[in-house]
Ligand binder design. Structure first.
Ligand SMILES: CC(C)(COP(=O)(O)OP(=O)(O)OC[C@H]1O[C@@H](n2cnc3c(N)ncnc32)[C@H](O)[C@@H]1OP(=O)(O)O)[C@@H](O)C(=O)NCCC(=O)NCCSC(=O)Cc1ccccc1
Length: 137
Protein backbone atom coordinates (compact mmCIF):
# COMPACT_ATOMS: atom_id res chain seq x y z
CA UNK A 1 0.00 0.00 0.00
CA UNK A 2 1.24 3.51 -0.79
CA UNK A 3 2.73 5.42 2.15
CA UNK A 4 0.79 8.55 3.16
CA UNK A 5 2.38 12.00 3.42
CA UNK A 6 1.67 11.92 7.19
CA UNK A 7 3.63 8.64 7.50
CA UNK A 8 6.43 10.12 5.40
CA UNK A 9 6.53 13.26 7.61
CA UNK A 10 6.91 10.96 10.65
CA UNK A 11 9.97 9.33 9.00
CA UNK A 12 11.34 12.83 8.50
CA UNK A 13 10.93 13.89 12.14
CA UNK A 14 12.21 10.59 13.57
CA UNK A 15 15.38 9.87 11.60
CA UNK A 16 17.29 13.07 10.78
CA UNK A 17 19.78 15.26 12.62
CA UNK A 18 18.46 18.45 14.25
CA UNK A 19 20.27 20.70 11.77
CA UNK A 20 18.60 18.84 8.87
CA UNK A 21 15.19 19.29 10.52
CA UNK A 22 16.04 23.02 10.81
CA UNK A 23 15.83 23.19 6.97
CA UNK A 24 12.05 23.11 7.52
CA UNK A 25 11.44 20.32 4.99
CA UNK A 26 7.93 18.88 4.64
CA UNK A 27 6.53 16.09 2.48
CA UNK A 28 4.20 17.32 -0.28
CA UNK A 29 3.59 14.03 -2.09
CA UNK A 30 4.69 10.42 -2.01
CA UNK A 31 4.03 7.35 -4.15
CA UNK A 32 5.54 3.90 -4.75
CA UNK A 33 8.81 5.20 -6.17
CA UNK A 34 8.83 8.95 -5.60
CA UNK A 35 8.74 11.67 -2.95
CA UNK A 36 8.27 15.42 -3.29
CA UNK A 37 9.51 17.62 -0.44
CA UNK A 38 9.24 21.38 0.04
CA UNK A 39 12.09 23.48 1.41
CA UNK A 40 10.74 26.89 2.45
CA UNK A 41 12.80 29.95 1.61
CA UNK A 42 14.79 31.23 4.56
CA UNK A 43 17.43 33.95 4.80
CA UNK A 44 19.18 31.60 7.24
CA UNK A 45 19.91 29.24 4.32
CA UNK A 46 21.26 31.97 2.01
CA UNK A 47 24.92 32.61 1.41
CA UNK A 48 26.86 35.78 0.60
CA UNK A 49 25.06 37.41 -2.37
CA UNK A 50 21.62 36.32 -1.16
CA UNK A 51 21.21 33.01 -3.01
CA UNK A 52 20.23 29.70 -1.40
CA UNK A 53 23.32 27.75 -0.34
CA UNK A 54 24.19 24.63 -2.30
CA UNK A 55 24.78 22.78 0.96
CA UNK A 56 21.09 23.18 1.84
CA UNK A 57 20.07 21.79 -1.57
CA UNK A 58 22.41 18.79 -1.20
CA UNK A 59 21.00 17.97 2.25
CA UNK A 60 17.47 18.34 0.88
CA UNK A 61 18.25 15.95 -2.01
CA UNK A 62 19.71 13.40 0.43
CA UNK A 63 16.69 13.67 2.71
CA UNK A 64 14.17 13.41 -0.13
CA UNK A 65 15.89 10.25 -1.34
CA UNK A 66 15.57 8.60 2.08
CA UNK A 67 11.83 9.33 1.99
CA UNK A 68 11.47 8.05 -1.60
CA UNK A 69 13.42 4.86 -0.87
CA UNK A 70 11.35 4.30 2.30
CA UNK A 71 8.16 4.72 0.25
CA UNK A 72 9.46 2.27 -2.36
CA UNK A 73 10.23 -0.28 0.39
CA UNK A 74 6.90 0.33 2.15
CA UNK A 75 8.55 1.55 5.38
CA UNK A 76 11.71 3.16 6.72
CA UNK A 77 14.63 0.80 7.21
CA UNK A 78 18.29 1.39 7.94
CA UNK A 79 20.11 2.81 4.93
CA UNK A 80 23.11 5.00 4.31
CA UNK A 81 24.18 7.39 1.60
CA UNK A 82 27.11 6.03 -0.44
CA UNK A 83 27.28 8.63 -3.22
CA UNK A 84 25.68 11.93 -4.24
CA UNK A 85 26.49 14.01 -7.31
CA UNK A 86 24.83 17.43 -7.62
CA UNK A 87 24.74 20.02 -10.43
CA UNK A 88 23.61 23.55 -9.62
CA UNK A 89 21.98 25.06 -12.70
CA UNK A 90 20.33 28.26 -11.49
CA UNK A 91 20.54 30.35 -8.31
CA UNK A 92 17.49 30.40 -6.03
CA UNK A 93 16.66 33.74 -4.41
CA UNK A 94 13.56 34.26 -2.28
CA UNK A 95 11.69 31.14 -3.40
CA UNK A 96 10.68 27.80 -1.89
CA UNK A 97 12.27 24.79 -3.58
CA UNK A 98 10.39 21.60 -4.48
CA UNK A 99 12.60 18.52 -4.30
CA UNK A 100 11.40 15.49 -6.30
CA UNK A 101 13.32 12.27 -5.69
CA UNK A 102 12.56 9.34 -8.02
CA UNK A 103 13.87 5.87 -7.20
CA UNK A 104 15.26 4.52 -10.48
CA UNK A 105 16.33 1.14 -9.10
CA UNK A 106 15.45 -0.59 -5.83
CA UNK A 107 17.64 -3.62 -5.35
CA UNK A 108 18.10 -6.02 -2.44
CA UNK A 109 21.15 -4.17 -1.13
CA UNK A 110 21.34 -0.92 -3.15
CA UNK A 111 19.00 1.87 -4.21
CA UNK A 112 19.53 4.53 -6.89
CA UNK A 113 17.66 7.80 -7.31
CA UNK A 114 17.49 10.93 -9.49
CA UNK A 115 16.48 14.22 -7.87
CA UNK A 116 15.16 17.39 -9.52
CA UNK A 117 15.06 20.58 -7.43
CA UNK A 118 12.68 23.24 -8.78
CA UNK A 119 12.47 26.93 -7.89
CA UNK A 120 8.75 27.18 -7.17
CA UNK A 121 8.37 30.85 -8.13
CA UNK A 122 9.91 30.46 -11.62
CA UNK A 123 9.18 26.72 -12.17
CA UNK A 124 12.78 26.41 -13.40
CA UNK A 125 15.08 23.56 -12.37
CA UNK A 126 17.59 24.94 -9.84
CA UNK A 127 19.64 21.78 -9.35
CA UNK A 128 19.79 18.09 -10.16
CA UNK A 129 21.34 15.25 -8.18
CA UNK A 130 21.85 11.54 -8.44
CA UNK A 131 22.28 9.39 -5.34
CA UNK A 132 23.24 5.85 -4.38
CA UNK A 133 22.28 4.20 -1.06
CA UNK A 134 23.28 1.01 0.71
CA UNK A 135 20.29 -0.78 2.26
CA UNK A 136 21.50 -2.08 5.63
CA UNK A 137 18.51 -4.01 6.90
C1 LIG B 1 28.17 0.31 5.00
C2 LIG B 1 28.94 0.84 3.77
C3 LIG B 1 28.00 1.69 2.91
C4 LIG B 1 29.34 -0.34 2.93
O1 LIG B 1 30.22 -1.14 3.66
P1 LIG B 1 31.00 -2.32 2.91
O2 LIG B 1 31.45 -1.90 1.58
O3 LIG B 1 30.13 -3.52 2.98
O4 LIG B 1 32.32 -2.38 3.77
P2 LIG B 1 32.65 -3.13 5.11
O5 LIG B 1 32.11 -4.52 5.10
O6 LIG B 1 34.10 -2.88 5.31
O7 LIG B 1 31.83 -2.31 6.19
C5 LIG B 1 32.26 -1.04 6.65
C6 LIG B 1 31.59 -0.83 7.98
O8 LIG B 1 30.16 -0.78 7.80
C7 LIG B 1 29.53 -1.77 8.62
N1 LIG B 1 28.44 -2.41 7.88
C8 LIG B 1 28.54 -3.03 6.69
N2 LIG B 1 27.33 -3.53 6.33
C9 LIG B 1 26.47 -3.21 7.34
C10 LIG B 1 25.10 -3.45 7.58
N3 LIG B 1 24.34 -4.16 6.73
N4 LIG B 1 24.55 -2.98 8.71
C11 LIG B 1 25.28 -2.30 9.61
N5 LIG B 1 26.60 -2.03 9.45
C12 LIG B 1 27.19 -2.50 8.32
C13 LIG B 1 30.59 -2.81 8.90
O9 LIG B 1 30.32 -3.45 10.12
C14 LIG B 1 31.86 -2.00 8.92
O10 LIG B 1 32.08 -1.47 10.23
P3 LIG B 1 33.49 -1.69 10.93
O11 LIG B 1 34.49 -0.95 10.06
O12 LIG B 1 33.73 -3.15 10.95
O13 LIG B 1 33.34 -1.08 12.31
C15 LIG B 1 30.19 1.62 4.22
O14 LIG B 1 30.92 2.01 3.07
C16 LIG B 1 29.83 2.87 5.02
O15 LIG B 1 29.42 2.76 6.18
N6 LIG B 1 30.00 4.10 4.42
C17 LIG B 1 29.67 5.36 5.11
C18 LIG B 1 28.25 5.79 4.80
C19 LIG B 1 27.90 7.07 5.52
O16 LIG B 1 28.36 7.32 6.62
N7 LIG B 1 27.06 7.92 4.85
C20 LIG B 1 26.65 9.18 5.40
C21 LIG B 1 25.55 9.03 6.43
S1 LIG B 1 23.97 8.54 5.69
C22 LIG B 1 22.97 9.96 5.79
O17 LIG B 1 23.37 10.96 6.35
C23 LIG B 1 21.60 9.91 5.12
C24 LIG B 1 20.58 9.36 6.04
C25 LIG B 1 20.02 10.14 7.05
C26 LIG B 1 19.04 9.64 7.88
C27 LIG B 1 18.60 8.34 7.71
C28 LIG B 1 19.16 7.56 6.72
C29 LIG B 1 20.13 8.08 5.87
Amino acid sequence: MTMTTAEADKILSANFAPWVLALGLSVEAVDEHRAVLRMPWSEALAREGGALSGQALMAAADTATVIAVSAARGAYGPMTTVQQSTSFQRAVIGSDVLIEAVVTKLGRRMAFADIAMTDESSSEIAARASTVYALLG
